[in-house]
Design a protein around this ligand. Structure first.
Ligand SMILES: NC(=O)c1ccc[n+]([C@@H]2O[C@H](COP(=O)([O-])OP(=O)(O)OC[C@H]3O[C@@H](n4cnc5c(N)ncnc54)[C@H](OP(=O)(O)O)[C@@H]3O)[C@@H](O)[C@H]2O)c1
Length: 302
């Protein structure tokens, strides 16, 4: 395999893609794609592409012959996906299917790392395992699960990463799961957070470490589904408390509320916390605690 073949990262104008492209570019040539929001990323060649156009995706894979693909592009706002189901199916399922077809035809030796979501689980239990039944409550989750099935049916090597709430230093267009909490708490503004919605938030540094292993074809990553979450089951409210502690600010601006009393266009599962022992085994270490992650300094944007 030629060392000069690039790693392709899709969705580099997004939160995960931006962090991943920057990190992978420290060790390898990286090409990153965006769709509507042009972006420059240090050390990365960026291109505009609509991955839902099969001919365009095929031409991209033919011209790059990537040595690995990290597919982080998606329509990610569940409420937007519920309101615009065809757009969500196009961006999340059809784009993924296009990538799989193009890779199997043109770069079959390139591992494909697909970002799925904890929202493929129905939310009826704590610490879902990778082998537990799926059953997404909303269209976003259904399109991501459909993407998983295309990926797992490919001939070449694949990994599905079921990603939890992502947090870490802000990216240019998105600040991650804790960004808005930090801003409100720093300004002392009321911040309403659910006390009955459970997640296993994951710091972007653990995400980068996992993806690096997948791209390198680590045995614990090939042809499997992995829960990509942190080690702790937290409510939004307890996350807010940890962010306030990290900032050295009082918690009196936090306002408790109940998901059970709320309505959103996209139904939200109560508990999509995940069992992340397989991820910790892949990394060979403990996952970052939420308190430590929330206390990590944000590196400045280039
Ligand atoms: N963030 C989270 O907490 C979280 C949680 C669970 C799972 N995930 C999954 O992790 C991945 C990354 O999420 P994120 O929050 O980083 O995403 P994001 O910030 O919303 O960015 C999404 C990216 O996808 C691109 N995109 C959308 N439609 C496209 C299309 N048709 N063709 C090509 N590119 C397209 C966007 O391009 P433009 O912006 O240029 O249009 C953008 O770069 C997604 O697969 C998501 O489902 C994220």
């Amino acid at each position: 395999m030629s060392a000069s073949r690039p790693i392709l990262v899709t969705g580099v104008s997004g939160f995960a893609g931006w962090h991943l492209a920057r990190a992978l570019a420290r060790h390898a040539p990286v090409v990153g794609t965006y769709h509507t929001r042009p972006i420059e990323v240090a050390g990365v060649t960026t291109l505009a592409i609509d991955l839902a156009e099969s001919a365009v995706t095929g031409a991209l894979i033919r011209s790059l012959a990537p040595r690995a693909v990290v597919h982080a592009a998606a329509l990610t706002d569940p409420n937007d996906c519920e309101r615009r189901p065809e757009a969500a199916t196009r961006a999340n399922e059809i784009a993924t299917a296009n990538l799989v077809v193009a890779l199997d035809a043109l770069a079959p030796d390139a591992p494909l790392v697909y970002f799925s979501t904890d929202l493929v689980y129905p939310g009826d239990r704590a610490f879902s395992r990778e082998t537990d039944p799926t059953g997404p409550l909303m269209h976003y989750g259904r399109t991501k699960l459909a993407g998983e099935r295309h990926v797992a049916a490919r001939r070449g090597v694949w990994t599905v990463l079921r990603c939890a709430l992502l947090y870490g230093p802000p990216a240019p267009f998105k600040s991650g799961a804790t960004g808005w909490m930090r801003e409100r708490i720093q300004r002392g503004e009321p911040l309403t957070l659910f006390t009955d919605e459970y997640r296993t938030p994951v710091h972007v540094d653990d995400v980068i470490a996992a993806v690096e292993r997948c791209v390198d074809g680590a045995p614990g990553a090939a042809n499997r589904i992995l829960n990509l979450g942190g080690g702790e089951r937290l409510t939004r409210f307890t996350m807010g408390e940890a962010v306030a502690r990290a900032l050295g600010r009082p918690t009196d601006c936090l306002v408790p509320a109940r998901l059970a009393d709320s309505t959103f266009p996209a139904p939200r599962p109560a508990d999509v916390s995940m069992d992340t022992r397989a991820l910790a085994a892949l990394l060979g270490r403990r996952l970052l605690s939420f308190q430590d992650g929330a206390s990590r300094r944000s590196d400045p944007l280039p």
